[in-house]
Design a protein around this ligand. Structure first.
Ligand code: MN
Length: 233
C-alpha cells in the first residue's frame, strides 16, 4: 500500500512585491456582506449584524502577477459573478485578539476576486444549506501579489473598483466596509486561531454581476495595484 506515499501536499504560494520570498497559503477565509450597498443588492438588511465567514480551499487560489491570467468558466452555473475584494494576509498567530491588537497580525494586503456561482449560492442559501458549492471551487480566488505592510501600511480608505471589458461594474471606497479589517480579524480569531499563511477576503462592494466566456476583468485598489483576468470557456 505505497499508494499514499505518492500523494504530495498541495503547496500554494503567492509572490510578495519587492521580495524573493513566497507567502505559503494555508487557509482562505471570506467575509460575507461587508458593504451596505452590496448587502442590499443581495436582498439583505445591512444593519450591523455581526460579521460572518465562509471558506475556500487554498487550492482555489490563482496567483496573478502582472500579466492577464485566464481562468475557466466553472461547471454547473449560468450566473458566474465577480466580487472584487481587499485581501489581508496573516503573518503571525492571532487567537481571540482585540480590535486594537488585530492589525499587528496582518503582514500584507492584496487585490482579490471572490468568484461566485451565484445561482448555486442563492439556491443553497434559500434552502438553508451551506454556500460551499457556490463559493469553493477551483480557480475561484484569483489574487494579485502581496504588498508588505512595512511599505504599504494598513489601508482604511482608497478606491476599490472592477471593470468588465473596460466598463465600470463595481466602484466604492475601502472606508465603506461595514466591519473593518481589524474588526473582522478580531471576530474571526475568537472563532478559531488564525495562523501565518491564512488569507482574509474582506467582502465586496455593490455592483456584482455575471461574466461570460471571453470577458476581461480588471480589478484594482488604490495603492495596492491591480489584477487582470480573462474568463475562459
Ligand atoms: Mn465575497
Amino acid at each position: 500500500m505505497s499508494y499514499f506515499l505518492d500523494i504530495q501536499p498541495a503547496l500554494v504560494t503567492l509572490p510578495i512585491v519587492g521580495s524573493s520570498s513566497l507567502f505559503p497559503v494555508r487557509r482562505v477565509y471570506c467575509v460575507g456582506r461587508n458593504y451596505a450597498a452590496h448587502a442590499r443588492e443581495m436582498g439583505k438588511d445591512p444593519d450591523r449584524e455581526p460579521p460572518f465567514f465562509f471558506m475556500k480551499p487554498a487550492t482555489s487560489i490563482v496567483a496573478v502577477n502582472g500579466s492577464e491570467v485566464s481562468i475557466p468558466y466553472p461547471s454547473q452555473t449560468k450566473n458566474y459573478h465577480h466580487e472584487i475584494e481587499l485581501v489581508a494576509a496573516i503573518g503571525s498567530r492571532a487567537e481571540n485578539v482585540s480590535v486594537e491588537q488585530a492589525l499587528r497580525h496582518v503582514c500584507a494586503y492584496a487585490v482579490g476576486l471572490d468568484m461566485t456561482r451565484r445561482d448555486v449560492q442563492l439556491a443553497a442559501r434559500d434552502a438553508g444549506r451551506p454556500w460551499e458549492m457556490g463559493k469553493s471551487f477551483a480557480y475561484s480566488a484569483p489574487i494579485g501579489p502581496l504588498h508588505d505592510v512595512t511599505k504599504l501600511g494598513h489601508p482604511s480608505s482608497g478606491a476599490i473598483s472592477l471593470t468588465v471589458n473596460d466598463q465600470v461594474k463595481q466602484r466604492a471606497d475601502l472606508s465603506e466596509l461595514i466591519w473593518s479589517v481589524a474588526e473582522c480579524i478580531s471576530h474571526l480569531s475568537a472563532l478559531d486561531a488564525l495562523e501565518p499563511g491564512d488569507l482574509l477576503f474582506t467582502g465586496t462592494p455593490a455592483g456584482v454581476g455575471a461574466v461570460v466566456a471571453g470577458d476581461r476583468l480588471h480589478g484594482s485598489i488604490e495603492g495596492i495595484g491591480d489584477l487582470r483576468i480573462r474568463i475562459g470557456s
